[in-house]
Ligand binder design. Structure first.
Ligand code: 2AM
Length: 489
């Protein structure tokens, strides 16, 4: 009979899975490795895992027999049916009280379903976001676990040990119930799309309007990385801008300007639409990638469609000459980033309320503070805002962020005008500003919208002084007085 010696089993020996196993091993846990293609277990044991305490399994039954109770099994396999198949096979071999963790990029709706299905059979399900790429998985990822809360005490030690640390605190805490972990990871990815788009728009302006060279842009990013914008994405952008290919030409200039996506930004956008939350910046970032993919059409259009073209004057020292504009671009990026996070947290708050997850907002900021792609100093500030006021309605209402936007906004407006007058597209900068102006507007033109809806579709309207009561007007003097209740526009 096999002795149960392993603390946890991990299924899925692709890059992320292998690195997480190595990380767990470094922290003193005995891990049993398994994979659909079983030959990869031996390969792993004979290579990366050689000389460690990692053990392997020859079948799922063998793997289960090697686990201490309650058994903990983590899946890092392709999202979708592979997860369901493994869950079905595992439940036939495991016992109630055992824990199944999905660390893949699963849709949070699937995780909610799995959590409920497994709870009905007595199993504890966890869906966890894992961020930080290969390096993060190996040396400290950001982990966002959610699901059945009864599982947390049994996995907390392993998870918090292997997670990245920020100021001594693990970038991992319990996120909330059901699919909350994968939901928070999805929003993280959406925000990542926004951050990347904002930096790209700054790059476009620095290059086209200020006429900076790649090395000069790298120097600007280096400066920004010593400020409130200090973050992993600014840091890598600095390094990318100065990176030269083997022929000494900047690699960035050779890369096709057509961005692809794996879908989590799109999922975030869809969830925003479903929940009625205006995450405009994330959605614009997704659409900017879509537009970029029309490369051939854009090249044709560039020859036909009229509009201003940025004039990059030939000045001796563009960094000095455009100092004021460069500083303004930085503030425009900063203010837009505040809007992006404010929108992301609005989505998390609304979804948390809708599903009764009680998401831990301060904890989420800390989980993103280190280990993941959007890690930044800025997230420390967000954590502070939620520590001061755990029920904060909107990040923009926090004193610090309110003042930061206030001090940045003139520059932000000037940058948007400059971009528009030079024909440089800035969907994220400008939609962030439109959101800000909309959010702080006590009277929007939606009264006219309601009147239009009532005029053509009898959809009714409320009056300023009698909210909650719905009225219909016969605007034309002909037509009926019956209001519409069967369809909506
Ligand atoms: P493989 O090595 O046998 O292909 C990432 O692709 C990981 O997910 C790999 O460990 C891969 O196993 C696993 N995987 C992908 N599709 C799978 C499926 N349909 N069933 C089981 N495992 C799968």
């Amino acid at each position: 009979m096999t002795t149960a010696t392993a603390d946890i089993a991990l299924i899925g020996l692709a890059v992320m899975g292998k690195n997480l196993i190595m990380n767990m091993n470094d922290h003193g846990f005995t891990v049993c490795a398994f994979n659909r293609t079983v030959s990869k277990v031996d390969e792993f044991l004979q290579n990366e895992a050689k000389g460690t305490n990692i053990i392997g399994a020859t079948s799922l039954a063998d793997m289960v027999s090697k686990l201490k109770r309650p058994r903990r099994v983590m899946l890092l396999v392709k999202a979708g049916s592979a997860v369901d198949d493994f869950i079905n096979n595992l439940t036939a071999l495991m016992e109630p009280g055992d824990i199944i963790i999905d660390g893949g990029n699963s849709d949070f709706n699937d995780s909610t379903r799995r959590c409920k299905e497994l709870a009905a059979k007595g199993f504890l399900y966890v869906g966890t976001g894992v961020s930080g790429g290969e390096d993060g998985a190996r040396y400290g990822p950001s982990l966002m676990p959610g699901g059945n809360p009864e599982a947390w005490p049994h996995i907390k030690d392993i998870f918090q040990s292997i997670a990245a640390k920020s100021e001594g605190e693990p970038c991992c805490d319990w996120v909330g119930s059901e699919g909350a972990g994968h939901f928070v990871k999805m929003v993280h990815n959406g925000i990542e799309y926004g951050d990347m788009q904002l930096i790209s728009e700054a790059y476009h302006l620095l290059k086209s309007v200020c006429g900076l060279s790649n090395d000069e842009i790298s120097a600007v990013f280096d400066e920004w990385n010593k400020s409130e914008l200090e973050s992993f994405l600014i840091e890598i952008s600095r390094d990318i801008m100065k990176f030269r290919d083997t022929d000494n030409v900047h690699l960035v200039d050779k890369i096709l300007d057509s961005a692809s996506q794996k879908g989590t930004g799109k999922w975030t956008g869809k969830t925003g639409l479903d929940m009625g939350i205006p995450i405009t910046l994330i959605v614009e970032a997704v659409f900017a990638r879509c537009l970029s993919s029309f490369k051939d059409e854009r090249v044709k259009a560039s020859l036909l469609l009229q509009g201003p073209k940025p004039k990059s004057e030939n000045v001796a020292n563009p960094l000095e000459h455009h100092k004021k504009l460069i500083d303004s671009i930085k503030l425009a990026l900063y203010a837009s980033k505040i809007i992006s996070y404010a929108q992301g947290f609005m989505l998390m708050r609304a979804t948390s309320q809708e599903y009764g997850w009680t998401l831990n907002m301060g904890g989420i900021s800390l989980m993103w503070r280190g280990g993941c792609i959007i890690r930044s100093v800025f997230l420390g500030r967000i954590k502070k805002a939620f520590t001061t006021n755990p029920t904060l309605d909107n990040l923009l209402l926090d004193d610090f962020f309110n003042q930061e936007v206030a001090r940045s906004q003139l520059s932000w407006r000037e940058v948007c005008c400059t971009g528009i007058m030079n024909g440089v597209p800035m969907p994220a900068f400008s939609s962030a500003l439109a959101f800000y102006d909309g959010y702080r507007c006590d009277k929007l033109p939606a009264n006219l919208l309601q009147a239009q809806r009532d005029y053509f579709g009898a959809h009714t309207y409320e009056l300023l002084d009698s909210r909650g009561q719905f009225h219909h007007t016969n605007w034309t003097g002909h037509g009926g007085t019956t209001s519409a209740s069967t369809y909506n526009v």
